[in-house]
Design a protein around this ligand. Structure first.
Ligand code: AMP
Length: 448
């Protein structure tokens, strides 16, 4: 697309983007616009720097009619205060020629000022989930008229533990609304949030194909399970000359801790782990040790690794295979920088082969595989997630689960898939936790 005019946006918006010096929409803006206008739920996979703020704002602002109503119609949730300020600033630029009222709300400052600003009436509220919920709970912020909910940087938001606040906010919002969320990485937590709250979302991702990967040497191993991956990683890292500075990516905090515990004994002083449950000091100290070459191996989750400035990584190890191929691209991009050859090694189980194929499709490149070394032990130990799922029937419940056709259908209003959809899924998981024998893979090391 060659210009913003092709999107048929109104004159005020066209002038505002022209003033900002933007010549044409970025790929994510082009893709998000028609979906945003259609009113469908959107899940966008995009990093900062892609123009995602304008991508979700353009259709919202195009549809936002002038109104004197004092209850806000658009809510934008972001994980940090800094981002609240930044997004408010951007919206102010975009609405330079419109009569739009925007307010940023976040914790750590006097709530009364924000309450006062709300009584004057607002169209768009940008906020962190904690403060926004507090304002809604004390009824200074009324959410009944909200038509659009944007959740930006969802992965970071969930990693910081905002899930509870998000759920609380969902409960207060009208069910009929458009949900738009953006995340740079797709994590298990993000997927759960989508499944539980978003009906039929349209996925938008900018393909990263064509990314220069020439200076990254890629390979992969087919590995049986988590603890066999531990054995393989331990085996590879014995070669200190080849493996000099290694970043190990893993999908969740729980697995990061599990991996650290399993490797600690063999590599104690050389091994570091960081994720968002670690304190800020602890994280900073770990990064410093790694950057000063005082530790050789850093285990990190996708989300936390994003904000890190790490140099001279010789190897990226993908301990798991990202379900979203973009995550793999972000991971391996951490090596092979500044003209230096980097290496990426992917570990995947049989169950992860589909995800691996998706990655290869995106890159248009088949990752060369290496035979599993004969001298590495195949472990039979399974983590809780790897154990076969047994869903037990409740012995106290008389009625069979298979309800016949005569069983009356719920009335529409009682069906309520929205916001409640995943409740049962979670219950099954929790129940399972108590039933399985305690094993090494289950140690409650670090909260999730
Ligand atoms: P974001 O990904 O929303 O954080 O945006 C990254 C940067 O790109 C911001 O500084 C925007 O001002 C800028 N930007 C957004 N859209 C465009 C565009 N269409 N053309 C040029 N720059 C843009």
């Amino acid at each position: 697309m060659e210009s913003f005019e092709e999107l048929n946006i109104n004159r005020q918006l066209l002038n505002a983007v022209a003033d900002l010096g933007f010549e044409k929409p970025t790929p994510i803006q082009e893709e998000a616009f028609p979906v945003g206008m259609s009113g469908k739920n959107i899940v966008g996979i995009a990093q900062t720097g892609t123009g995602k703020t304008l991508a979700y704002m353009l259709p919202i602002l195009q549809q936002l009619k002038y109104s004197k109503v004092y209850k806000p119609r658009v809510i934008i949730l972001v994980p940090t205060r800094e981002l609240v300020v930044q997004v408010v600033e951007q919206i102010e630029f975009f609405t330079k020629y419109m009569n739009t009222r925007v307010l940023g709300v976040y914790g750590g400052v006097n709530i009364k000022t924000q309450m006062g600003a709300l009584t004057r009436g607002q169209d768009i509220i940008v906020g962190t989930p904690g403060r926004l919920y507090d304002l809604a709970a004390n009824r200074s912020l009324l959410l009944q008229d909200v038509k659009k909910l944007v959740i930006d940087e969802v992965d970071v938001m969930l990693d910081l533990g905002f899930r509870f606040q998000l759920n609380n906010i969902f409960q207060l919002l009208p069910e009929k609304r458009q949900n738009i969320m953006f995340s740079a990485t797709m994590t298990e937590d993000v997927e759960i949030l989508i499944n539980e709250n978003f009906i039929n979302p349209e996925f938008i991702a900018i393909a990263l194909s064509g990314t220069p990967l020439d200076n990254i040497h890629q390979s992969c191993y087919l590995v049986e399970n988590f603890y066999t991956k531990v054995n393989l990683l331990t085996h590879l890292l014995q070669d200190k000359e080849t493996y000099q500075k290694i970043l190990v990516f893993i999908d969740s905090k729980k697995n990061a801790d599990r991996l650290f515990t399993a490797m600690e004994e063999s590599f104690w002083s050389e091994l570091l782990v960081i994720h968002s449950n670690k304190s800020q000091n602890n994280r900073l100290a770990a990064i410093e040790r790694f950057n000063d070459n005082n530790a050789r191996v850093l285990i990190a989750t996708d989300v936390i690794a994003r904000g890190l400035d790490l140099d001279d990584i010789t190897h990226v190890i993908n301990f798991d295979t990202p379900k979203f191929p973009e995550n793999y691209m972000h991971r391996i991009g951490r090596t092979g920088r500044a003209e230096k050859m980097g290496h990426s090694i992917l570990f995947s189980t049989e169950n992860e082969q589909d995800a691996k194929k998706e990655i290869e499709k995106l890159m248009e490149y088949g990752i060369p595989s290496i035979d599993f070394p004969a001298d590495v032990k195949v472990s039979k130990e399974l983590t809780l997630d790897e154990q076969p799922r047994i869903i037990e029937k409740n012995p106290h419940k008389k009625r069979s689960y298979e309800v016949g056709a005569s069983f009356h259908e719920k009335k529409d209003k009682n069906k309520k898939t929205h916001n409640l959809g995943g409740g049962q899924k979670i219950k099954i998981k929790k129940a399972k936790k108590y039933k399985n024998p305690i094993s090494r893979g289950q140690k409650p090391k670090g909260k999730r």
